[in-house]
Design a protein around this ligand. Structure first.
Ligand code: ZN
Length: 449
């Protein structure tokens, strides 16, 4: 995992000339030389040698390969086999300039965490992107000798849930505190799904019409997220364990993270495109059950306020929580929200639609948008300097993007799913994608060679 190099690549050189090369601090007009799969130089006036492959990037934006650190594919969630395999998710990701995906290894009953990892790796082998994993141990107490071995192999991120008791994923705050206290000195990090079980239980006491998709939003209110985020960032402060809050769906949740970060807590957060682009209005129509996800889509005012938080810098990363259920599985629950699997696809929407919305519509600086897809997620997964940056020594993964092309349809997934962005098109076009110095997508090609 993590390399596509073979012997013939060792001396391979690729020169990308004249592009706007984006870094966290802004853009510079420069050439990028990749040699042996790694960035060798970023400067003006680099001259090709005989045999070098040269790409003219004049007029194009050059970014490090994008990361999506929150993807579900090639897995079964409860009784539902996800619609995307890793092959199909990675194929679409690559077309969109995403060169690294992170999925989740969730330990099943009767299985060690290492066995779970092998199961997931077997299903991601051969994917067109790099696929890496966060780990979810589900047996308490954790087997620390196994965890330490896995951490030694580079698995340092642990995904935990403050909810989902029925699915066997719930971690109470006292156990979360203990795990964080143990992980901190070992160099681990937790990623936490934040919805407070007590607040959810309170919401469930009201009369609920399970036929109405909007009830899902009432059952999982913003207050549940905010309460859990507050508890979890307090634990991060107390234990010193680096903590990343996944799929923040409310402005208040994002601002709690931002305030804790400003106060010195080792915290970060992500939001997903559907919380920025869609609202709970989608739940009010006849096909509302197809838009069910957890946390739920929020009201328009919350959505707008979350966008403001992103523009203000409160949210570190953009990540999809791509969770593609088959049409049949979504529709089987029509008429009873308890029977609808919760999740939305998004891998194909992440890059074009967040660029269109955040940069083109709301004026977010390109460098800040790019950071949320590159260096910020690379930091969360402990791969900063290696991924998410165009600088000498970094992995030679690049995306060359044109901002204005002919409108093209946006497709959230290649699988048989309901697309929450159906009808959307984009003028953003990913022209070239390079993985470890090798061209894997070129203009006009719909598929990697
Ligand atoms: Zn998820």
């Amino acid at each position: 995992m993590g390399t596509v190099l073979n012997d013939s690549d060792r001396g391979r050189r690729l020169l990308v000339t004249g592009g706007r090369v984006w870094r966290e601090s802004g853009a510079l007009l420069a050439d990028v030389l990749i040699e042996g799969g790694r960035v060798a130089a970023v400067e003006g006036g680099l001259k090709p040698r005989d045999g070098d492959e040269v790409i003219d990037a004049s007029g194009l934006d050059v970014f490090p390969g994008f990361l999506d650190i929150h993807v579900h594919a090639g897995d079964r969630i409860g009784p539902y086999e996800l619609a995307d395999s890793w092959a199909s998710a990675a194929q679409l990701a690559l077309r969109n300039g995403i060169t690294t995906l992170f999925g989740f290894v969730t330990q099943r009953p009767g299985e060690t965490l290492t066995e779970a990892l092998h199961r997931c790796r077997a299903r991601s082998a051969g994917a067109a992107c790099e696929v890496r994993f966060h780990l979810t141990p589900t047996r308490w107490p954790w087997d620390w000798s196994e965890i330490e071995t896995l951490m030694g192999d580079g698995f340092r991120t642990f995904k935990l849930y403050t909810t989902y008791r029925d699915a066997g994923l719930f971690t109470p705050y006292d156990r979360l505190a203990e795990a964080m206290g143990q992980l901190a000195p070992r160099g681990g990090r937790v990623l936490v799904h934040c919805e407070d079980e007590a607040t959810l239980a309170e919401a469930a006491r009201c009369a609920v019409n399970f036929r109405d998709p909007f009830s899902h939003a009432l059952l999982r209110p913003p207050a549940a997220e905010v309460a859990a985020v507050q508890r979890v960032v307090d634990l991060a402060h107390r234990t010193g364990c680096p903590t990343h809050v996944v799929h923040v769906s409310t402005a208040e949740g994002a601002s709690v993270v931002a305030a804790a970060r400003a106060a010195g807590a080792p915290v970060s957060c992500e939001t997903a495109p559907h919380y920025l682009l869609l609202s709970d209005d989608c739940l009010r129509h006849g096909d509302g059950h197809r838009f069910l996800c957890t946390p739920p889509l929020r009201g328009e005012a919350v959505r707008e306020a979350l966008v403001e938080q992103v523009l203000a810098g409160a949210v570190d990363c953009l990540a999809t929580d791509h969770c593609p259920f088959r049409r049949d599985d979504k529709d089987a629950g029509h008429g009873d929200i308890r029977a609808v699997p919760n999740g939305l696809p998004g891998v194909g929407a992440l890059v074009p639609l967040t660029f269109e919305a955040l940069v083109m519509r709301y004026g977010m600086p390109v460098a800040r948008w790019a950071a949320a897809l590159t260096c910020a997620p690379a930091r969360v997964v402990g791969l900063d300097g290696e991924l998410g940056v165009v600088q000498p020594g970094a992995r030679g993964d690049l995306v060359l993007l044109a901002r204005t092309g002919p409108p093209q349809p946006v497709q959230a997934s290649l699988a048989d799913v309901y697309d929450p962005y159906r009808g959307a098109s984009t003028s953003v076009s990913v022209r070239w994608v390079i993985r470890e110095g090798r061209v894997v997508l070129r203009p006009g090609a719909r598929h990697a060679p």
